[in-house]
Design a protein around this ligand. Sequence first.
Ligand code: SAJ
Length: 450
Amino acid sequence: MKLDDLKNKIEKKEARIAVIGLGYVGLPVACSFARAGFQVQGIDIVEDRVSKINSGISTIEGIEPGLTELLAEVSRNGKLRASTEYANLAECDLLLISVETPVDAENKPRYEALRACLTSLERVLKDGALIIVESTIAPGTMNKVVTPILENNGKRKLNIDFFLGHCPERVMPGKLLSNLASVSRVVGGRTPETALVMVSLYRNIIPKADLDTTDCTTAELVKTTENAYRDAQIAFANEIALICEAVGADVWNVRELVNKSPGRHMLMPGAGVGGHCIPKDPWLLAYGAIGTDLKPRLIPAARDINNSMPGHITALLEKALKQVGRELKDTSVLVLGYSYLEDSDDTRNSPSEILVRSLNEKGAKVIIHDPFVDGFLGDVLMKAKRSDAAILMVKHSYYVELGFRKLADALKTPIIIDGRGAYREAAEAEDVIYYGIGIGKSLEQDKQSP
Ligand code: SAJ
């Protein structure tokens, strides 16, 4: 009966919605439901974030088309209210959780934020409420972590006193709002009836895309798998790049020809894998197997390969410096790109951060440029004039348009290490010492032979 009540309240837009965690996942969701006509109560532990949101100021970094205007509108008309107090959730029928779920140095999930949120929520939970976790979580988390906290030693009974679902986010920084409305979602309900109520809820903000109903465990697996899959694909491309370097071929040519074979879609090798989800989600997936006889092997191996790529870039630089009788110590190195992704200002888990740390540890003097990241802006050629070598870590359009020639001519020594295949033509320039991911040096011998 309670689920039917909930469905009716959703259809009449009388259901009160809570969104807990007002970051790059929660804030667009809160704004979207408010725009759809629901009364939304946002919760966040950061006071400053709450006050900015209540003043209609977006707290999401970077350019997010439409979000600032929408937030201004729904904060002004009162449809979205933010607070740090969970007491404000006592009247909420639907509670969406989008708090951080990082992994620690041992690659185990850190659920402190999730547990704290659930514990606070449990104290004020309205009878018959539906709680939906949007954060990415390891398979089994809904059953082993979320349910026990909310049942609170028998104080409540799942599917009697409250209902549970998992609808993992599929956000894309830079297009948070448009993506939220147009990308399909996996709608995992603890019961099939719950999943259907979730569909009626999400249809208000996702008008057309598929809302695929399933159970919670499947939803946990789909989200972590889709990102582990991408990580493994990238690791495969990186391993092929290393083989091409070893045997003297060009991985970019190999990749182009491989992808002409039906059903092949080899991704791009590169200087590493950063971002808010690809480096972490494979570990959440692998963690799901903890306590079983299965020990995942491919997932950790893929992570290991991708994590090794910044070190490989350093090795290529050391090879290039050796050619001119130099070593890393006291060499000025210009790192081009500090964000984790081209044409983005997002630096989370950036491979460049790992590279810079290792260059500093080896005594190099590091100069960083990035046209999107505050603190690393400035005239790239002026920075090149002070540098003995340049490493391209991020294929920003700005660097592609600049081209390698101006860069090489500005450098004190024309050494270019190419982590993203942006300057492949430099391999043909006699006056440039060029090393690129996946570009084998023996190509040089073929050219010099009569
Ligand atoms: N990368 C490579 N080679 C590739 C693709 C990416 O080295 O062929 C590197 C990038 O340089 C970056 C990292 O991997 O450092 C991640 O890049 P990404 O393109 O996967 O971008 P993300 O991290 O923003 O991934 C998001 C994910 N979306 C969600 O989690 C909702 C991912 O599932 C999407 O596939 C991806 O966006 C996308 O396709 O844009």
